[in-house]
Design a protein around this ligand. Structure first.
Ligand SMILES: *Cc1c(COP(=O)(O)O)cnc(C)c1O
Length: 626
């Protein structure tokens, strides 16, 4: 027997006195990994508890500010100085430094934090996701994740049933976000319509049709798949419902059909981020049947971007007559309408669902659902790898975009489904509408504020605030409808922006306003065009609005009252010309703004057809050119 180790190691694995330094370090490191064997008092569990308890210290008192920790300043100026230290640190110290990085971050659980669709994660999801970091399941294949794979497969079955698909045909893959789902959808579509594209690349300018209010990740997907952003055609939306205008869609499909140009995919948005517009999937399906792609091309793919809207499907079995959860009448009718419209996803070929949006799961956590998994597999299968064996029957790594996939997505999503069940989702979703309704009532009872998205059924309340003495409803009506009020509109748009900026500054500088700290909300600079600018030829004749997106469970009536109170205070402060302090942080090269920003402007293939303007990326609502 060779005696190599004798100089270094004792038989029990401990090191010899005069062992070389590498061996000593290696021995020191051992307690910094969880043990492979069970212990009575797991030091790892102890450390996790300790870390979470320290993290807890970053939370404010119950009436405190809406960010974590105590230091609101932002300074990125030293980051380029970071380098690998010559020596090891101890784990406690690294945990301590890690906690420090959370200083100043928005606290999404706080009752006055509601800037966007950012739900805090539920405990079951957090812990399920954390556990995957202990044992590193890789859901690339059953061999590497074993039963953890069930979290993906069972999630897919549960959601397939909510959609109304046969769980023995449908499948789902967890991926990196709503944009990841979109990307999967477009790749699936490209492969279906242009079967040669997998080997030869995309050689045909097929089109992606999506409503002008669809999410901007239409650009990420067409850009990164190589289809090209010029192949997006945006479809007009109905001014009342914000949903895709079926006449415009049919006109575009007719034209493309006459020109023998294939349509790769039509994307229906099932709940836009702000207006919660829902496109009529059933009617789109009919049009796809009516205008088949020219011979030689596969069938147009119907994708539903339901990343925000999907969870309304949990009302599938709700007794809307009996209303067992006791929702308010107004709320109940909104819920029913949302469910009814979203339930049309049954006609899709694939849909995307974000658990990190309306699923209250950890970031990020999304599932791409396919009606026919076998079909997807047939189209997308790749030859296996030399170093992976198919030792189990489930090997999604043979057809996914990713190679390794974290089990944290699937465990978080699965744990959330288990935890909430139908009623949990129903209560959370209905609760957001109830809170939003309360805010709307507050806004209504104040003369100088007006809700501008009364007709929306979604999660967001958009509102405008005016100077004291102004009747907000009358003023807004003028701005919305009268071209000669355009200057007032533009001035008051800036006013909304300044109010939002003032609140942001108060939030960031820890301004205490009476007993309260400032809320964290946001604003939209493109909620809708004015009624005399429906073709959006005038980029300035659009409605700005303050925005409340009340996703977390700690938001109550009191928080909404305070929110409006503080918004009005900010309004007064803006009028008094309060100074703005800098809150953007300090960025140094290579992170500072570049002078020659790539102001990409894709060409418009056809002046009759809309195309996204790249500059409107941030507004959340696309501004098509015609
Ligand atoms: C948020 C959102 C996306 C993008 O999803 P991510 O999870 O942020 O990648 C796509 N579509 C809609 C409608 C969205 O709201």
């Amino acid at each position: 027997m060779r005696k190599y180790s004798s100089r270094v190691w004792r038989y029990d694995g401990s090191i010899e006195q005069d062992a070389p330094r590498w061996a000593k370090l290696r021995a020191d490191m051992q307690p910094a990994f969880p043990t492979y064997y069970a212990t009575d008092n797991d030091p790892f569990a102890e450390l996790v508890g300790q870390a979470i308890r320290q993290l807890n210290q970053l939370k404010p008192e119950a009436i405190g500010h809406g960010y974590l920790g105590y230091d609101p300043n932002l300074d990125y100026s030293q980051v380029a100085d970071a380098e690998l230290a010559p020596n090891m640190d101890n784990v406690e110290n690294v945990i301590y430094q890690s906690i420090a990085l959370f200083e100043g971050m928005p606290n999404w659980n706080h009752p006055r934090v509601m800037p966007n669709v950012i739900p805090p994660a539920n405990t079951a999801a957090i812990i399920a996701a954390m556990m995957t970091n202990v044992f590193s399941p890789n859901i690339i294949e059953g061999e590497y994740a074993w039963n953890v794979e069930k979290s993906e497969m069972e999630s897919a079955a549960i959601i397939a049933k909510l959609i109304g698909w046969d769980a023995r045909e449908a499948g789902g893959l967890y991926t990196f976000g709503g944009s990841g789902c979109y990307f999967y959808g477009l790749k699936y579509a490209l492969t279906q319509v242009l079967p040669d594209s997998r080997c030869k690349g995309i050689r045909t300018d097929g089109k992606l049709l999506v409503s002008q209010q669809g999410h901007y990740c239409m650009m990420n997907s067409t850009d990164w798949t190589g289809l090209g952003m010029e192949n997006i055609i945006t479809i007009k939306t109905d001014p009342q419902t914000n949903a895709m205008d079926m006449e415009d869609l049919e006109r575009v499909m007719q034209e493309l059909s006459a020109e023998r140009i294939p349509i790769i995919s039509i994307v229906c948005t099932m709940g836009t981020t702000d207006a919660f517009a829902i496109d009529p999937v059933d009617q789109v399906r009919e049009l796809i049947d009516k205008y088949p792609n020219p011979p030689g091309f596969g069938r147009t793919f119907l994708y539903c971007d339901a990343v925000i809207g999907w969870s309304w499907l949990t009302f599938k079995d709700y007794d809307f007559m009996g209303n067992p959860l006791g929702f308010d009448d107004i709320i109940l009718s909104k819920i029913e309408r949302n469910y009814r419209l979203i339930s049309k996803v049954i006609y899709a070929d694939a849909i995307g669902c974000d658990f990190h949006k309306t699923g209250w799961s950890t970031y990020n956590c999304s599932i791409f659902m396919m009606r026919d998994l076998a079909h997807f597999k047939t189209l997308m299968l790749r030859p296996g790898s030399v170093y992976l064996q198919e030792r189990t029957c489930y090997n999604p790594g043979l057809y996914t975009l990713e190679v390794s996939r974290s089990g944290s997505y699937s465990m978080a999503g699965w744990a959330t489904l288990k935890f909430l069940g139908q009623e949990g989702f129903q209560s959370l979703l209905g609760g957001i509408l109830e809170m939003g309704q309360y805010l709307r009532d507050c806004i209504d009872s104040e003369d100088t504020s007006v809700c501008v998205n009364d007709e929306d059924y979604g999660f967001v309340t958009l509102f405008r605030v005016y100077r004291r003495g102004v009747n907000a409803r009358e003023q807004y009506n003028r701005e919305l409808n009268e071209p000669n009020a355009r200057n007032e509109l533009i001035e008051n748009n800036k006013f909304q922006q300044k109010i939002a900026d003032q609140l942001w500054e108060w939030f960031r500088t820890d301004q205490q306003l009476g007993a309260e700290y400032a809320p964290y909300i946001s604003y939209t600079s493109g909620f809708r065009p004015t009624s005399y600018n429906m073709d959006q030829s005038d980029p300035e004749a659009v409605i700005y609005a303050l925005k409340s997106y009340p996703m977390n469970i700690n938001i109550n009536a009191q928080a909404m009252d305070t929110l409006l109170e503080l918004v009005l205070l900010a309004r007064d402060a803006v009028l008094e010309g309060e100074a703005n302090t800098e809150t953007r942080g300090n960025c140094q090269p290579p992170y500072c703004d570049i002078d020659e920003a790539n102001d990409l402007q894709c060409n418009q293939p056809d002046p009759k057809r809309g195309l996204m303007q790249i500059r409107s990326l941030l507004s959340g609502v696309g501004m098509p050119r015609y």
